[in-house]
Design a protein around this ligand. Structure first.
Ligand SMILES: Nc1ncnc2c1ncn2[C@@H]1O[C@H](COP(=O)(O)OP(=O)(O)OP(=O)(O)O)[C@@H](O)[C@H]1O
Length: 264
């Protein structure tokens, strides 16, 4: 399998002098083209920080991140080889969508990173309508504002926004954690279908083992900034090695009985 993303010895330290904090410590793993790679860990374990370093929102203080073999960072400078190729969907669509922008402007906004010619092509009305229909929205939604929508609909807007540039790699940072359990399953299934249809590769960040098992091929377990275990999801669920992974799995029986797993 071809490696799309390779992280080697990645660190992120915040602060200066005696006030430093190591949010990510010496993290290494690879993500293959076409897979969904899960990143699980408790709150504050460094998952979102890793996602931000891959999308260019924050720089690593040590280590390398290669995308298709090329380094994404040169010191603090993010090398955007093909703008729009890597996109991110955040956890909370309430705060990640600008309340002053219409749905249409929100979805089209990532196109400003592209060339004028590409922008014209990708902003084509028929293409936009096909995309919003695919994520479960309607043309009459386009002139409206985010507050007029439910949490699930807002996350569909965020997904359309991430896909408008035709990315190859999408980071899903707790994409359904803020949603009602019944809505979660619909959005997860939509993400699975979109991946298949578009040949996407996902980095799926979650603190929910049931969601990771449902969505991912391989996974890494993070604790306090470090990766404590990496492997195929089926293997880790069958034979967890690290005590922390075992603790996470021990919490699963209660998840089995919740309406998330029964609604899938
Ligand atoms: N800009 C920042 N400055 C200082 N510390 C930060 C900054 N961003 C994150 N941190 C700290 O780094 C640690 C890792 O945060 P991160 O958001 O990556 O964790 P997480 O695993 O994604 O947690 P959650 O599931 O709660 O989002 C946390 O202790 C957080 O407080």
């Amino acid at each position: 399998m071809k490696e799309l993303l390779q992280l080697s010895g990645v660190c992120k330290q915040y602060g200066k002098g005696s006030q430093t904090f190591q949010a990510v410590s010496n993290v290494s793993f690879s993500i293959n083209t076409g897979e969904t790679f899960g990143l699980i860990g408790e709150s504050g374990s460094g998952k979102s920080t890793l996602g931000k370093m891959v999308t260019g929102l924050d720089y690593p203080t040590a280590g390398t991140i290669l995308y298709e073999g090329n380094s994404l960072w040169n010191e603090k400078k993010y090398n955007r080889r093909k703008p729009g190729e890597v996109q991110i969907v955040f956890q909370d669509p309430q705060s990640s969508l600008d309340p002053r922008m219409t749905v249409q402007d929100i979805i089209l906004e990532p196109l400003w990173a592209l060339s004028a010619e590409e922008r014209r092509q990708k902003a084509d009305k028929e293409r936009l309508h096909a995309l919003i229909a695919r994520v479960g929205l309607k043309p009459e939604h386009l002139p409206r504002y985010p507050h007029e929508f439910s949490g699930g609909q807002r996350q569909r807007i965020a997904i359309a926004r991430a896909l408008i540039t035709d990315p190859t790699f999408v980071i899903l940072d707790e994409p359904t954690s803020a949603l009602d359990v019944s809505v979660q399953a619909h959005v997860l299934n939509l993400l699975k279908e979109l991946k298949r249809e578009r040949g996407l590769t996902y980095l799926f960040i979650s603190h929910n083992m049931a969601v990771i098992r449902y969505m991912c091929d391989r996974m890494a377990v993070m604790q306090r900034g470090k990766v404590v275990e990496t492997g195929a999801v089926a293997d880790i669920f069958a034979h967890p090695q690290d005590p922390y992974t075992k603790t996470l799995l021990a919490s699963l029986p209660s998840l089995h009985s919740d309406s998330f797993t029964s609604s899938l």
